[in-house]
Design a protein around this ligand. Structure first.
Ligand code: SF4
Length: 326
């Protein structure tokens, strides 16, 4: 076994917050400022323990069931999106609703509704039980089939011959490509999304880890267990042959991970705040790190406008198309 001290930290670029997460957190904070506590949020606004605890301390109450929200309350839908049934129930209960669904998830919902009207059925590539998948599947009453892996593709039995593919936004780019190839082998005429559904932030963070992993001995991903895109970053590093660990905070770091591994790569999922990355760096300095370097990478400029009623003039002028950074 080599030296047990960390020598160098290499930071992935880009890492951490994406435009959809930034916007979702800002929606809750602005709703709290405008209406006062409590503000109810359906599901964790984004999948990060620190963010959720911070908003709880400021007066947000997180619920899974709309039955737990009192009449007349202000309710925010999380960045992952909601099914039609949830939207209808919230309207029926008369809540003051703000929708923090990421515009890139909404884009998938809109495309789905448009094609469904044209008579399409859908294969959805995604992870069962993830709230985004529940929200997207729940845009339609029927005719949408979830596939989680290549084997699932053989089990899809569409009733008609018009079939389109949609995907969760935070998948492994490589796994999704393999599954899509299997879908196309089974259904050669399947319609693909015009622009892939996997979002720019997922793509950029995975690309950055692909560059980072071969240059280091171990990769640390800051992100919560429930965060799909953070889990995918850990997998991307491991598939490049570099051991990788996910941490919710600096307290999770274990000295044993760095025994004989002096070069540490560090990244963060799209829902993990930079303050946690800085705390991890501080702990890695205690473990011996003397050099902290940031890799060159794509500069993301995507920003999304806030919903009506919570935005301001400067935000309303920000273009919403993410194409320049995809
Ligand atoms: Fe939107 Fe992508 Fe961020 Fe999810 S990870 S909130 S889809 S930008």
């Amino acid at each position: 076994m080599g030296p047990s001290r960390v020598e160098e930290v290499l930071l992935a670029e880009p890492r951490g917050f994406c435009a959809g997460v930034d916007r979702a957190i800002e929606i809750v904070e602005r709703a709290l400022a405008k209406y006062g506590a409590p503000i109810y949020v359906r599901h964790e606004i984004v999948h990060n323990t620190y963010v959720v605890n911070d908003l709880k301390a400021k007066g947000a109450i997180f619920v899974e069931d709309l039955g737990d929200v009192p009449p007349g309350a202000t309710l925010v839908f999380s960045a992952h999106g909601v099914s039609k049934a949830v939207r209808t129930e919230a309207a029926a209960r008369g809540f003051n609703v703000f929708d923090a669904t990421c515009p890139l998830v909404t884009k998938v919902h809109v495309e789905l509704a448009k094609l469904a009207k044209e008579g399409y059925e859908f294969v959805m590539i995604g992870h069962k039980g993830h709230p985004e998948v529940e929200g997207t599947m729940g845009q339609l009453a029927e005719g949408i089939y979830l596939v989680e892996d290549v084997d699932d593709v053989a089990r899809v039995q569409p009733r008609g011959d018009k079939l389109a593919v949609v995907t969760q936004t935070t998948l492994s780019v490589d796994d999704a490509a393999d599954i899509l190839a299997a879908v196309k082998r089974r259904f050669p005429h399947v319609r693909e999304p015009k622009q892939q559904d996997i979002c720019y932030a997922t793509q950029n963070r995975q690309d950055a880890v692909k560059l980072l992993a071969p240059q280091v001995d171990v990769v640390v991903v800051v992100g919560s267990r429930t965060s799909s895109n953070s889990n995918r970053l850990r997998e991307v590093a491991e598939r490049r042959g570099t051991p990788a660990y996910m941490v919710d905070s600096a307290d999770d770091l274990q000295a044993a991970w760095f025994a004989g591994r002096p070069r540490v790569g560090l990244t963060a999922g799209a829902s993990a705040p930079e303050v946690l990355v800085q705390q991890v760096i501080a702990r890695l300095r205690e473990f011996g790190a003397v050099s902290v370097r940031t890799m060159d990478g794509v500069r993301e400029t995507v920003r999304f406008p806030l919903p009506m009623g919570l935005g301001d003039k400067s935000m309303a002028q920000v273009p919403s198309t993410p194409s320049s950074s995809r």
